[in-house]
Every structure is written in structure tokens, then in C-alpha cells.
Design a protein around this ligand. Sequence first.
Ligand code: SAH
Length: 230
Amino acid sequence: MSSLRRFFVDKIIEPLIIEGEEFRHAVSVLRIKENEQIIICDNSGYEYISKITKINKRDFEVEIQEKVLSNIEAKQKVKLICGYLKGDKTELVVQKAVELGLKEIAVFDSQFSSSYINENKLARLNKVSVEASKQCGRAIAPKVSYYKDFKSALESASEYQNKLFACEFATKNEVDFSSLNGSTAIVVGSEGGFSKEEFELSKSLGFKTVFLGKRILRAETASITLSSIV
Ligand code: SAH
């Protein structure tokens, strides 16, 4: 099924009409035609094999033919919570996290972060997530959320079974990756790294410290590496 083009909607409502960005991508970029088969995804993990019945000026109509459960979504939920980075580095992190099968992504501002995010940048990150999900054939495009307050970012991991905090100034690693089981949240800092207080806060909220070795990795390297290991 992965050879069919896929499009994401927030919700399946029949009759199904696709508009906005997904319409533009389908019609102006991919030049899809009436009667073509496509896959619609609603972030539930299901794929809806569908046929395009009518293309209008600003939307197209779709008839759902079959609903199948995607067989490429990871069984365990993994969430990456990382500091917002300069330039387009966060986009790289989001793209790789999606390819690696993560289910949720969040970015935050922290004491030593030097880059700021706005609504447009957050929308751009969500677009990167959808594009990467399409490219690798996923049925779930992870939502990218933003936490202005670092404590809320940490608390967003409260229902995860394993909570990992990558700390560049840690002296030992508290996590045995080979026995890691269940849902996992990963926290990685921005270019400026973490303060002692932020580290202590992570401890008080039940995070285990991950130490990736004596070399200090760039934030994007640490995010991608830890996502892959988990
Ligand atoms: N500016 C800091 C480095 C920040 S690195 C300094 O000079 O010390 C950015 C983030 O990547 C860190 O906050 C941490 O989450 C992660 N990271 C980098 N190297 C790491 C390592 N060796 N072990 C664990 N985490 C690391």
C-alpha cells in the first residue's frame, strides 16, 4: 500500500472532503486525478484506502474503500522533548524523529536556550512532521507541541513509563537500554545545555539521567542518537 500517495486529515468525516494544504499538495504539486487511489490517514494508526471521486477548485472529494491498520507503527510510544534550536536544526530533529517512529514531539524554551519560537515556526515543524510521515509511509504524523515553561515540558511526560533526561554534565548513566520496556519519554537540551536547577527538577519529577559519554554532542546529534537507541 505504501506506493499510494498519502494525505493527512484531523478527522474522518464522511463525505470526506480534503482542502487546504493537503489539497494544494495533491492537486498542484502531485497533480492527482479523479478516480486515483490514495491513502487517507487520521493519526489513529489506521490507513483508509480511498478513491478520489471529484476534484473541485478548492477541495477534492474522496470515497473510502477500505480501512486497514498500519503495520509499520512502533508498538511502544516514544516521545522526544527537546530544546528549540537555532536555524533549521529543529526541523532536522523532527524529520529524523518521525523516520525513527516516535509518536510525539515537543520543543521547549529553557534557561540557557538562545533561540525563540513563534506560531509560524511551530506550524513549520508540524508541516515537516507531516512531510516526513508521508515520505516514510507512516499512518501517524506526530504532533509537535511547544512548552514555554520547562517544568510543563517535563510534566508532559508524566504518563510515560520511562523518563530519560540526557545530561551533558552527568557523571554516570542510570539507564540500562537493553532492558528498556514500555513507553519512553526522552528529554534533550538545546545548544546552551541544562542548568543545575533544571537537572534537579528532572530528578524531582522522576527522570533518570542518561549520559552518552565524555564527548559533548550537539543537541541535534544527542536527540537523534537517543531516539535511535530507544
Ligand atoms: N552547551 C553545553 C552543551 C549542550 S549539548 C556545554 O557546552 O556543556 C546539548 C544537549 O545535548 C545537552 O543539554 C544534553 O541534553 C545533550 N547531550 C550532549 N552531549 C551529551 C552527553 N555526552 N551525554 C548526555 N547528553 C548529552
